[in-house]
Design a protein around this ligand. Structure first.
Ligand SMILES: [Fe+2]
Ligand SMILES: [Fe+2]
Length: 196
């Protein structure tokens, strides 16, 4: 039997009490405050990861976000641009879905859709060179966010491989990530976070 005062007393959730869950809730609120820092630490894993591209994946991320910021996009959009490829490390075959899932609690449905679907739209610029169909994005033609995703790839993503571009450093985006990822607007756990 676990009797550590700072831990719940149940061994199965069927035995959980209000006291247990109040305790877990307080831990969750503290843990969730560290989310932006954990995300940025993970993003740094892309540093030095070139994969044959002219710039590494961290520089590509910074450049995509910088281009979006300088084009006047709002913070949630810029943070999405920064994190759109963060899934490259763990989702080599579905990276857009990883970043999109991380962003989903904090961004609009449109911004989430862009993150989640950008891989297909980015393919317009290269799928025909790797044996695929560059028009794969046409399956989404007519979707309310089709143009927004196409625009993201055209203006910020496909163009962010320039080694000579003066991208803002990661520190520039840290406060934005902190603000955007501190308040979930769409999460089944939002209530416990609101109590913070
Ligand atoms: Fe991507
Ligand atoms: Fe990208």
């Amino acid at each position: 039997m676990n009797v550590t005062p700072d831990r719940a007393q149940f061994t199965a959730m069927t035995e959980g009490t209000q006291q247990d869950w109040s305790l877990i809730g307080s831990h969750f609120r503290e843990f969730s405050k560290g989310l932006p820092a954990r995300v940025l630490t993970h993003l740094k894993l892309l540093d030095g990861d070139y994969g044959g591209f002219p710039v590494d994946r961290l520089e590509h991320s910074l450049q995509t976000a910088t281009r979006a910021h300088r084009d006047g996009r709002d913070e949630a959009y810029v943070v999405m641009a920064l994190l759109h490829d963060i899934g490259d490390t763990l989702g080599s075959f579905n990276h857009p879905e990883i970043g999109a899932a991380m962003l989903r609690p904090f961004v609009s449905e449109e911004v989430h859709w862009i993150a989640n679907t950008h891989g297909v739209f980015q393919g317009y610029y290269f799928f025909h060179y790797i044996g695929g169909d560059r028009d794969m994005r046409e399956q989404y033609r007519g979707h309310p966010h089709f143009e927004a995703c196409a625009e993201f790839c055209e203006k910020y993503d496909q163009s962010a491989f320039d080694p000579n571009y003066d991208s803002a450093p990661l520190e520039f985006f840290e406060p934005m990530v902190g603000r955007v990822m501190s308040r979930p607007i769409n999460s089944i756990y939002a209530k416990v976070s609101e109590a913070a």
